[in-house]
Design a protein around this ligand. Structure first.
Ligand code: FPP
Length: 261
C-alpha cells in the first residue's frame, strides 16, 4: 500500500472568512505598517519604486474593504520621520505617488464617504503635498463612514516630543507646574479624539513597531504576516480580523471567569 500523503489544507475562501466575522466586534481602529515594497520589487528584479507603486493598489483594496466592513478608523503608516534617510530619488517618488494617489482617489473617497486625515509633522512635507492633503481633507471633511488616516512624516517619539512641547507651552506660567495626566498627553497627540488602535497589522514578517503609535498601541493586538505589502489581499486582511476576534483582551485585568476569584 502506498503511503498516504496529507492533503494540503484548503485555504478558507474570502466569503467564508467574512461570514465568520462578528460585525459587533470589529476593531474600532485598525493600524497598518505597510512593509515589504522594496523586497517585492527586488524579487521581480525591478527598482524599489516599482514596489511602492504596486503598494498603492493594496492601499486602495484595504481602505475599500475596511469601509465596506464598517471599521471606523484605518491608519496607514505611509512615510516615517526616518524615511527621509532614503535616497532622494525614492523620497521624491514617494511624494509624487502620494500626490497622484490623492488626486486619483478623491472620487473613490467620495463614493465610499471616506474622510481623509493625516497624522505626523505635515508642516515639514513638500508644499505641493501639503496643498493636496489640505484639499482632499477639506473635500472629504463631511464624510463619516470611515476615517482614512495617513501617517506621513510620522514618528511616535516625535509625536510625544510635540505633545510635551505643547503641554509645556500650555503650562508655561511661573510657579509649580500642573500635574500632568495621561489624558493631558493624549489631548496633544496627533490622534487626539480617536480611539486607540485595537489591532496593528504588519506585513513582510518583521516583528517590530518601528516607532509607530507607541503610546496608542499600548494594548493593541499585533498581527504579523510574511506577505509583502503589494501582495496583501483582502483575504489576508480578513484572516487578520478573524484572528483578532479569537483573542481574549484583558487590558491587564483578568479573563471574566477568573475575575471573581
Ligand atoms: C515600506 O516598505 C513602505 C514604505 C516606506 C512606503 C509605503 C508607501 C506605499 C505603500 C505607497 C504609497 C502610499 C500611499 C498612501 C499612497 P519598504 O520600502 O521599507 O520595503 P522593504 O523593507 O522591503 O525595503
Amino acid at each position: 500500500m502506498s503511503p498516504t500523503t496529507a492533503a494540503p489544507a484548503l485555504e478558507e475562501s474570502e466569503a467564508a472568512l467574512e461570514a465568520r466575522l462578528d460585525q459587533a466586534r470589529l476593531p474600532r481602529h485598525l493600524a497598518v505598517i505597510m512593509d515589504g515594497n522594496g523586497r517585492w520589487a527586488r524579487q521581480r528584479h525591478l527598482p524599489r519604486v516599482a514596489g511602492h507603486k504596486a503598494g498603492v493598489a493594496a492601499v486602495r483594496r484595504t481602505a475599500e474593504t475596511c469601509a465596506r466592513l464598517g471599521i471606523p478608523v484605518l491608519t496607514l503608516y505611509a512615510f516615517s520621520v526616518e524615511n527621509w534617510k532614503r535616497p532622494r530619488t525614492e523620497v521624491d517618488f514617494l511624494m509624487r505617488l502620494l500626490r497622484e494617489f490623492l488626486r486619483r482617489e478623491l472620487p473613490t473617497l467620495r463614493k465610499n464617504r471616506i474622510r481623509l486625515g493625516v497624522i505626523g509633522r505635515v508642516q515639514e512635507l513638500p508644499a505641493s503635498v501639503q496643498r493636496s492633503l489640505h484639499e482632499v481633507c477639506e473635500a472629504t471633511a463631511g464624510y463619516d463612514r470611515m476615517l482614512l488616516n495617513l501617517a506621513l512624516n510620522y514618528g511616535s517619539r516625535a509625536e510625544l516630543a510635540d505633545a510635551m512641547q505643547a503641554l509645556a507651552e500650555e503650562n508655561g506660567r511661573p510657579g509649580k507646574p500642573a500635574r500632568i495626566t495621561e489624558q493631558d498627553i493624549e489631548r496633544h497627540l496627533y490622534t487626539a479624539g480617536l480611539p486607540d488602535p485595537d489591532l496593528v497589522i504588519r506585513t513582510s514578517g518583521e516583528m517590530r513597531l518601528s516607532n509607530f503609535l507607541l503610546w496608542q498601541a499600548a494594548y493593541a493586538e499585533l498581527w504579523v504576516t510574511p506577505v509583502l505589502w503589494p501582495d496583501f489581499q483582502t483575504r489576508e486582511l480578513l484572516r487578520a480580523l478573524c484572528d483578532y476576534q479569537s483573542r481574549h483582551r484583558r487590558f491587564g485585568g483578568l479573563a471574566a471567569p477568573d475575575s471573581a476569584i
